[in-house]
Design a protein around this ligand. Structure first.
Ligand SMILES: [Zn+2]
Length: 330
């Protein structure tokens, strides 16, 4: 089943539907009812979290501007809702390792460096979010997934989600199915496991030297690990609201978790002149990313727009100074 070349018809009135490769939900032009277009991606069923309405988010944005961003005045645009596709993979691992750790600490006026061999074993379990649309990945999309895992809002089958009239273009199609999601989740989980091993090895090295705190670096390690069953959720749509706001004629965005209005990230106006260079860097970077969004996905202005915003997260990673122009809660 593929959207290319195949004609889709409204399941209520039979009228032809205008389906693009990015369509997940299409509102029939004739009867006005929403049709879900399931792609050929193997999603394992589709769940979604219901979103707050735009009035609620508009109020939240005004409060966040005042309380969290400390803005004296700002003009707000209409909030835009996006549903982003995620898989969540739960995985348990057991690892045993040997590591050589360099420990650096100061003793009186001298800096002492010692090398310690340690070994240990540990269990590691994690729930790894996998955004099924890699190009929009950024600070806000990571925070959205983490906020979902910590607040555990109720999910519903996609066709039971109440849809406002503006919702029809909010759903971003998933780019890949469960097999690739499993692969990505496994890579991320192994990265997490190796980071945990480094931490554990550092702690053991400190203990061996009877130190409370010191700088540790793992120089070399051998890790054997076993992976338990990897449990993958169905494709799960998480809502995010983007609110544009204007300060001194420049436009910025805030991103909110769609279900409870938690502020995830905001592009924050910065007026300190010493940071001018980082602002220029940030603008250039997001300009370039916006260009890529427009070129790579010419039929999908919606995705270009999201890419532009979440590109703010990506540009934050490009230059260290640029991070200063992005305010992230927590
Ligand atoms: Zn219809």
């Amino acid at each position: 089943m593929s959207s290319g070349g195949r004609e889709f018809r409204c399941s209520y009135c039979g009228a032809p539907l205008d389906v693009t490769p990015d369509s997940v939900l299409v509102v029939c032009q004739y009867c006005g009812r929403p049709n879900f277009v399931v792609s050929d991606v193997d999603t394992g069923g589709i769940l979604a979290v219901p979103a707050l309405n735009s009035d609620e988010i508009a109020r939240r944005a005004v409060a966040a501007a005042r309380r969290e961003l400390k803005l004296k005045s700002a003009t707000f645009g209409d909030p835009d809702l996006y549903y982003l596709p995620y898989y969540f993979a739960s995985v348990e691992m057991a690892a045993s390792y040997r590591a050589r750790v360099r420990v650096t600490y100061s003793s009186g006026r001298t800096t002492v460096t010692r090398t310690v061999d340690v070994s240990g074993s540990l269990n590691y379990s994690a729930t790894v979010p996998v955004l099924a649309r890699r190009a929009v990945a950024g600070i806000a999309t990571e925070k959205l997934a983490q906020h979902y895992l910590s607040t555990k809002p109720q999910t519903k089958p996609l066709d039971q989600i109440e849809l406002g009239y503006r919702t029809s273009k909010a759903f971003l199609a998933a780019e890949f199915g469960r097999d690739r999601a499993r692969g990505i989740a496994m890579r991320d989980a192994v990265d997490g496991l190796l980071a945990r091993v480094d931490k554990d090895a550092g702690e053991r090295a400190l203990k061996a030297l009877r130190l409370h705190s010191a700088r540790t670096a793992v120089l070399d390690k051998t890790v054997d690990y076993q992976v338990g069953e990897l449990d993958l959720s169905p494709l799960t749509y998480l809502p995010a609201w983007l609110v544009p706001y204007t300060v001194d004629e420049a436009q910025y965005h805030m991103a909110f978790a769609g279900w409870d209005g938690e502020l995830l990230a905001a592009l924050e106006p910065i007026t300190v002149s010493g940071r001018l260079r980082s602002i220029i860097g940030s603008v250039l970077a997001s300009g370039i990313l916006a260009g890529i969004g427009g070129i790579a996905l010419p039929q999908s202005p919606l995705v270009g727009a999201v890419f532009l915003f979440f590109g703010a997260g990506i540009s934050a990673a490009i230059g260290k100074n640029v991070v200063a122009s992005i305010k992230v809660k927590k």
